[in-house]
Ligand binder design. Structure first.
Ligand SMILES: Nc1ncnc2c1ncn2[C@@H]1O[C@H](COP(=O)(O)OP(=O)(O)OP(=O)(O)O)[C@@H](O)[C@H]1O
Ligand SMILES: [Mg+2]
Length: 371
């Protein structure tokens, strides 16, 4: 990138021209500060003004070290330290550094020294500035994720360790029934760890956009029927479920395993967190994607307390759980990730009878659309 032209006499004009590209420095996503051969600032673009909170009039025309008084993390003045105009004539710049602006705000800084000829005097100092806020936010959310995961893994493992240690130390002192009970707890806790790890792998795929959707025709009515049967087999009364299918449904091309994951999470939530009858409505829908005719909507509603209004925008976030009956709070985050990977949408609301109502819509996504 070369900045400024010899044909532009004024500081403002020289700064407003990224040679030959027809781009205004204000269009750049990163902060751009340029100083001329005398060390005076000739460009201080919009992103630089935003990141530093320094107005253009306080920067333009002033010496670089006054206009952009950067310090390193030890409090040393950066421009004096690096001395762009006086340092070694073979220097080409400074690699990315985390520096401080007045007021202690952090900023990522990269500097290039432009010389007319290889070891000649510096003609331009080009500084790019990047906000660290977004990066720090992701780092924070990773740190939080690790903390929660460690905590979630520790409690079942503590119980596994406790019961196995007790059994090994006092095997002969327990009756068969007591041993069976302890082993059942260990078994359930091992399942919990396995499930948590599977969920974490899903999350990492969702977060990195690697969630693969292998589409084939899916009979969604039959899939919901199977989930209801499984719930009944696991002890729920059959009359707790009401399945309504509005025919005719358009064909649905989706990943059957992932659709199963979505259904099982939503139905399990309605059973576990909700109350009363769990109603599942399957209807044809106008697809949220433009240019496609239709899709399929599935609504799962119950008659429990529902989700409080003020928490509705948080139910799809990681680890949010509203009730004590909650699991890890990852279910709905994964559900949303899967639905969106299919090009669909999911919403939460209040059911007519008062419980929670989750509705997701999947576009038809015929193979023709895929190719
Ligand atoms: N049908 C529902 N009625 C009332 N509250 C619900 C319902 N579905 C979800 N919730 C609330 O939303 C929270 C988040 O749900 P989510 O499925 O993400 O996590 P979870 O069920 O707690 O754990 P996991 O699904 O990971 O085992 C739940 O803890 C619960 O408080
Ligand atoms: Mg859940």
């Amino acid at each position: 990138m070369s900045v400024g032209t010899s044909s532009a006499p004024g500081a403002a004009r020289a700064a407003g021209d990224l040679t030959g590209l027809g781009i205004d420095p204000d269009d750049l996503p990163d902060g751009l500060v340029v100083a001329d051969e005398h060390g005076h600032v000739i460009c201080f673009n919009a992103a630089a003004r935003r990141i530093t909170a320094i107005p253009a009039k306080d920067a333009l025309g002033r010496p670089l070290d006054k206009a952009l008084p950067l310090e390193d993390l030890e409090g040393r003045r950066w421009w004096q330290l690096t001395d762009p105009y006086g340092g070694l004539a073979i220097r080409v710049g400074q690699p990315e550094r985390n520096l401080l602006l007045p007021g202690g705000r952090e900023v990522l800084v990269t500097v290039r020294y432009l010389r007319g000829e290889p070891t000649g005097p510096v003609r331009r100092v080009v500084v790019s500035l990047r906000d660290t806020e977004a990066r720090r936010r992701t780092e924070r959310s990773h740190a939080e994720l690790i903390a929660v995961v460690a905590h979630e893994l520790r409690s079942p493992l503590t119980s596994v360790k406790g019961f196995t240690a007790t059994l090994l130390a006092k095997w002969t002192r327990f009756t068969d029934d007591q041993k069976r009970l302890m082993l059942e707890t260990v078994d359930a806790d091992a399942d919990r760890v396995t499930r948590l790890i599977a969920e974490l792998l899903d999350i990492s795929r969702i977060d990195s956009g690697r969630l693969e959707v292998r589409r084939q025709p899916v009979d969604i009515g039959a899939a919901v029927g199977r989930h209801i049967q499984a719930s009944v087999a696991a002890g729920q009364p059959a009359d707790r479920f009401l399945l309504r299918i509005e025919q005719p449904l358009p064909a649905l091309w989706a990943d059957p395993d992932k659709v199963d994951q979505v259904l099982s999470n939503l139905i399990e939530n309605a059973v576990r967190h909700g109350e009363g009858t769990v109603t599942i409505d399957i209807t044809p829908a106008v697809s949220p994607r433009e240019g496609e005719d239709t899709g399929t909507s599935v609504t799962v509603s119950d008659e429990g307390a529902g989700i409080p209004e003020e928490s509705m925008n948080r139910v799809f976030t990681r680890f949010w759980r509203g009730s004590k009956r909650g699991g890890t709070g990852l279910g709905l985050y994964i559900v949303k990730g899967i639905v969106e990977a299919h090009g669909g949408t999911i919403t939460v609301g209040r059911a007519p009878v008062g419980g929670a109502e989750f509705r997701f819509t999947l576009p038809v996504s015929t193979p023709a659309y895929l190719t």
